[in-house]
Design a binder for this molecule. Structure first.
Ligand SMILES: Cc1cc2nc3c(=O)[nH]c(=O)nc-3n(C[C@H](O)[C@H](O)[C@H](O)COP(=O)(O)OP(=O)(O)OC[C@H]3O[C@@H](n4cnc5c(N)ncnc54)[C@H](O)[C@@H]3O)c2cc1C
Length: 501
């Protein structure tokens, strides 16, 4: 069966809904109508505050200027995530969006660094430019050399302001907004959705429905009853306390912080005007009151609101596109926010959807099947990467960490870990959200090294390897010393004139 879509209806006005509306209104102007139905009675989640570098591609595609976006959302720059206490208490590492030089062959820097084991060489992170920038609180937008940027970066922002910013843009570009609570749905003969019925009796008809209704998964989950694939045996966290607090007097850190606690982990996300804090935890391992107490101990400023409790189950719908309903965002699934991948997954799903909507061809079953299998793979790959952070822990001080250390891993992750442990191979499986440098940063950050040294490393004399490492480290240190602080750079960007139209 082939489908063509003239009237596109988006259910929900959170980050997913307005990202989708902006993309559709921008790319299909004059070809398809787009209408967003949202209800002020049902609040958006509004806690997605840390992102992944690919968000910049989305902004580029829909024509969002960086300064406009940062001003509108109280945004800051993000070079990666600092992990504290994940392997053992008192130890940390940094997962950067940068690179560690050559990964294979005699000049593999990580391999030579490990082989020489010389304290005079410093930590492996010192071989990575954005890690050093982050540690020193410095930032500049990278200058592209032949279209290639030496490091990637992302943002922190206020998710509620982001949805409002996108809404303004989408409406300017022709999207329509309908305020109203959906109370019922009319189905088509083939099982798809014909129209939405609102509480005041109005009806909204469409050809394609993009379900961005949040955890309620109104169309895909409730109406079409698409089964849920539960990941909680691997990712047991199921709750979070979120609490904004006053910005502390110190400089803005250009990175997110994640601190492992007794029954989960705490986030710290710096915005221009406040700091976002939260505690993601497993209710099987710690009760909510104790988790709340632990969050309050993490705050580095005065709370600006009472902590808010959110509940979720990690996993995703079996299929993401069924009949004429495609789910994006929380209505399609959620993996937990450790690596800030939810907005990335919205964007990725949206990208694959837009490819189909802009191709000029009706969408057939094979294309929908392909969309679904790719989405399943993307969720699974990211699940594996998140599980990696937990399963290599050496902590045994609480039930959560003992359980995570004894976890029976997904086969795909077990295979990857074995390739690394036995041979030092960073094996990617396709449709990965994270590249080899990310895997390397986390594996080595957790002190998980291959059992054997690759003999190819011996082809470089130890002194030559030592010089290569020292030179790279010194070059990085020198260039970082010349960079402005994150605060200073951000202040300068915020003064740029408005450009987004
Ligand atoms: C604790 C936590 C921390 C997170 N941190 C991050 C992070 O750091 N980075 C990241 O990328 N992501 C993060 N996320 C995920 C992120 O918040 C979401 O992916 C993102 O906000 C998208 O949400 P959404 O638009 O799918 O749903 P929502 O924001 O819940 O929006 C749902 C919309 O549907 C509408 N709606 C629902 N039912 C109806 C109805 N019956 N009638 C009419 N309208 C209806 C609502 O009014 C609302 O507008 C986090 C999530 C949680 C739970």
């Amino acid at each position: 069966m082939s489908q063509a879509f003239q009237r596109i209806v988006i259910v929900g006005g959170g980050t997913a809904g307005w990202m989708a509306a902006t993309a559709v209104a921008t790319a299909l102007r004059g070809r398809s109508s787009v209408e967003v139905v949202e209800s002020e009675e049902i609040a958006i989640v509004g806690v997605g505050e840390a992102t992944f570098p690919s968000i910049r591609n989305y902004h580029r595609l829909v024509g969002i200027d960086e300064a406009d976006f940062l001003r509108a959302t109280h945004g800051t720059y993000k070079l990666g995530i600092e992990f504290r206490d994940w392997r053992v208490q008192g130890e940390g590492y940094f997962h950067t969006f940068g690179d560690f030089g050559a990964l294979t062959g005699p000049r593999a820097l990580w391999g030579q660094h490990r082989r020489l084991a010389d304290p005079a060489l410093g930590a492996l992170g010192e071989q990575c430019l954005p890690t050093v920038m982050a540690q020193q609180g410095r930032f500049v937008v990278p200058a592209a050399d032949d279209g290639h940027e030496p490091y990637k970066y992302a943002y922190h922002f206020d998710a509620t302001l982001y949805a409002a910013f996108l809404r303004e843009l989408a409406l300017k570009r022709g999207a329509r907004r309908t305020e109203g609570r959906i109370v019922d749905v009319t189905r088509r003969a083939d099982g798809g959705v014909q129209s939405l019925k609102l509480a005041d009796g109005r009806e909204v008809t469409g050809d394609l429905f993009i379900d961005c209704s949040g955890f309620g998964s109104l169309l895909l989950g409730k109406v079409l009853a698409e089964p849920f694939v539960d990941f909680s045996r691997w990712l047991p966290v199921d709750s979070a306390w979120a609490c904004p607090c006053e910005r502390s007097g110190s400089e803005l850190t250009p990175y997110t912080r994640s601190t492992a606690l007794e029954g989960g982990w705490a986030w710290r996300i710096p915005l221009q005007n406040r700091t976002g804090h939260g505690h993601v935890f497993s209710s099987r391992h710690i009760d909510a009151d104790r988790a709340r107490e632990q969050l309050l101990q993490q705050l580095d400023g005065k709370p600006l609101a009472e902590p808010r409790l959110l509940r979720f189950t990690t996993g995703h719908r079996e299929r993401f596109w069924v009949h004429n309903v495609v789910a994006l965002g929380l209505s399609s699934g959620f993996l937990e926010p450790l690596e800030s991948t939810s907005i990335f997954l919205i964007q990725s799903g949206l990208g694959h959807l837009m490819e189909r909507l802009t191709s000029g061809q009706p969408v057939d079953d094979a294309s929908v099947d392909d969309y679904n299998s790719r989405a399943v793979r993307e969720f699974s790959r990211i699940r594996d990467f998140i599980v990696l952070h937990y399963c290599l822990t050496a902590r045994r001080d609480s039930a959560l960490w003992r359980d995570m250390a004894a976890l029976e891993l997904p086969d795909t992750l077990a295979f990857k870990l074995e390739a690394w442990r036995r041979l030092g191979l960073l094996h990617l499986q396709g449709d990965e959200g994270f590249d080899e440098h990310s895997w390397l940063a986390v594996l080595t950050g957790l002190q998980h090294w291959p059992e054997r040294t690759d003999p190819v490393l011996e082809e470089l004399a130890p002194e030559q390897a030592r010089q290569a490492l020292l030179q790279r480290r010194q070059a990085i240190a020198q260039s970082v010393a010349r960079l402005p602080s994150h605060d200073a750079f951000l202040a300068q960007v915020l003064q740029e004139p408005r450009r987004t139209t």
